[in-house]
Design a protein around this ligand. Structure first.
Ligand code: BTN
Length: 246
């Protein structure tokens, strides 16, 4: 039976889950009202409003492929958004962001925990801007939005975290038997497939090309004038309003 551990204040739910995963059953989630040192991808900080936004980390101990942690969490989060704010048409931006038009609504950070040369689990943390106002919204590199800034409505964050935990749990169970089903949904929500994008590597070098597809191991198949390459990790995928004519 998985557990939902609700913390008031923590440095980072990902850091907490990485330190305490042994005490928590597989599939558990750690959420917090306040994060004092939230972390994002490529060493960035993640800011969220106290008690205003979703900050939660899921523990996955039984996945065939590490990228599936982000795929499960991303597919579940899109499911949550589709039932809560169906008018928004959110989509996944590879590897693990959720966008509404060209604005970032949510980001995920997947981290593997290794001990004695063996991967013990993957922690996937999600931050979603829910009730933060424009003054609090911050996202390096891309403009950010919250559900509140998009709709003018406030949402019950505790209810949304509970729902998200239920949907992630269901998706995790499916994934253990039918990983290809979760992969297909993840691929379908990656709506930039087929579009021109800009990829910036961690050193800041930029490449323009076409996002051809995702492969079953989670890589992005990216075509530039120099040829086709498979990307597992990159700093950023940049989009602008023109990349988004679906
Ligand atoms: C990104 O967009 O760069 C990823 C952001 C991930 C933020 C979440 S909030 C909950 C969990 N705890 C953290 O410190 N980070 C993740």
């Amino acid at each position: 039976m998985c557990v939902h551990l609700k913390l008031d204040t923590v440095d980072s739910t990902n850091t907490y889950a990485k330190t305490h995963y042994r005490e928590l059953p597989d599939g558990s989630v750690v959420s917090a009202r306040i994060q004092t040192a939230g972390r994002g991808r490529v060493g960035r900080k993640w800011h969220s409003g106290s008690g205003l936004d979703i900050t939660a980390s899921f523990i996955f101990q039984n996945l065939g492929q590490p990228f599936l942690a982000g795929a499960i969490t991303g597919v579940a989060a899109i499911g949550l958004l589709e039932e809560t704010v169906p008018e928004l048409a959110p989509f996944l931006k590879w590897p693990n962001d959720i966008y509404v038009r060209h604005f970032k609504l949510s980001g995920m950070l997947s981290e593997a925990v290794w001990e004695q040369g063996k991967m013990q689990c993957i922690i996937c943390g999600i931050g979603m801007n829910v009730n933060s106002g424009e003054d609090l919204l911050f996202s390096a590199g891309q403009p950010a939005v919250s559900l509140y800034s998009l709709t003018g409505r406030h949402f019950d964050v505790d209810f949304l975290i509970e729902r998200l935990a239920k949907i992630v749990n269901r998706c995790y169970i499916i994934c253990q038997q039918y990983p290809q089903d979760v992969f297909s949904q993840w691929r379908e929500y990656n709506r930039l497939i087929g579009h021109r994008i800009e990829v910036v590597d961690p050193s800041g070098k930029s490449m323009c090309g076409v996002f051809r597809d995702v492969s079953p191991d989670g890589a992005m198949i990216f075509e530039t004038e120099d040829g086709v390459r498979r990307l597992f990790n990159c700093g950023d995928v940049k989009i602008n309003a023109q990349s988004l004519i679906f």
